[in-house]
Design a protein around this ligand. Sequence first.
Ligand SMILES: *Cc1c(COP(=O)(O)O)cnc(C)c1O
Length: 498
Amino acid sequence: MNYTSTRGNHPLLNSAQVINLGLAPGGGLFVPESYPYCAPERYIGELSYQQIARSVLELLLTDYSPAELQQCIAAAYNLSTFDTPAVVEMVTLGNGRSVLELWHGPTAAFKDVALQIMPHLLANAKKKTGNTQHTVILVATSGDTGKAALEGFCDAPGISIIVFYPHGGVSEMQRLQMVTTGGSNTDVVAVRGNFDDCQTGVKKLFADEELRWKLMGRSIELSSANSINWGRLCPQIVYYFAAYADLVRQGTIASGDRIDFAVPTGNFGNILAAYYAKRMGLPVGKLICASNKNRVLADFFETGTYNREREFHRTNAPSMDILISSNLERFLFEMCGRDHEKITGWYRDLAETGTFTVDDATRAAIRTEITGGWVDEDEVLATIKKVYTEKGYVLDTHTSVAVALVESLGPGTATTVIASTASPYKFSVDVLGALEDTVSKDEFVCVDRIAEISGKPVHRALSDLGARPVRHNAVIDIDAMKEHVIQYIEKNVFSITK
Ligand SMILES: *Cc1c(COP(=O)(O)O)cnc(C)c1O
């Protein structure tokens, strides 16, 4: 399987090479040249998550040997990383709805599923391509990617990781998770700006020729752990297959029945993985793309115009507070008939004017695949309360965005699986505030109270967080990111590579 750049600006590469490279220099994201078919017997039956992962990944990462894939999967998905042997759990809500809990990993958000395996995929990719450089991973995070990447890459040999998060733009729980990270190869920095500023800053660093040359002379390369990297995206395809297999095993659906997926969306990575599962043969009907008040995607699906020139809102689902949805580019590439020139033009428009408009044919193609919508903060809280009252199940704020949207669309014809992207404990103040009149703004007090109400144990990622020492204090301006990276590398990495 070879990979091509959405902007047609790079020769074909194999999967190890694209995982190594991240994004195409000069812009453009790597996508498979075609979509391999994953036959039902590869995922349906008495197969473990690890076996389904093997089935799906070996079709996409064809240059990895069976032994290499096996090693990556075993290291990523086990009982020291995930708190359930199933890796992901399915909870039935009734009325044809099920919740796919993707947050049983070490940081209590769905990003662990990808970021536990990606460092192993990358380490193998380096070996396979003969890359002996030291890799510095740069991450922009709206809260959850940062900690998941730090956990995944902590003390990985030959790799350092620097995480940038918006100062004041993440929950206290997310902040504490990141700034208490150990490891000798980790750095965490608050940026005075929002998530898009962090992401744009990181993209600029990747595009910075001077920096690239300077580092190359020291055998250091920059790489990414954001979902623009294929090594981050492809492991997410697996759980859509696993979810389907689970519903068949439960008897909720018969093999071959179509199901819908509803996904709380920010960067469009998670829902894109569902689309890829569909392209690989999974019987998927609708893909429901749920946005919060930062409704740039919902508006795009309605109007055909993507316009990031708008007010940015900090909401109670902060990991979805995003106005530049990077992975949409991969989806549009498919929707416009894989036309490099159209993609290049639209993304040039976006860079120059903050907006682009797709043609009618592309819009029509999108409409057949995606149902978009958005939900305001009050609906998010009301839905948490409603689902708890009716089902005794506590949703987190992000998952609630998707559940609320599904409710507002009315009863569907197919079973709807809602991707649950975070544990309710991770956003405890807002979640508890939805459940009862609470006076406390202390996340840990709220965690304890949610445990009492729900009867579910506190997620192990969060239980002793308040007691861990803070190790990362830096707060910088947006335009100081480059200098920070250089200083960090000079202090910590040059000495390693000397
Ligand atoms: C990252 C994140 C999202 C958004 O996922 P995308 O892949 O960026 O669309 C939703 N919910 C939570 C809890 C997240 O951490």
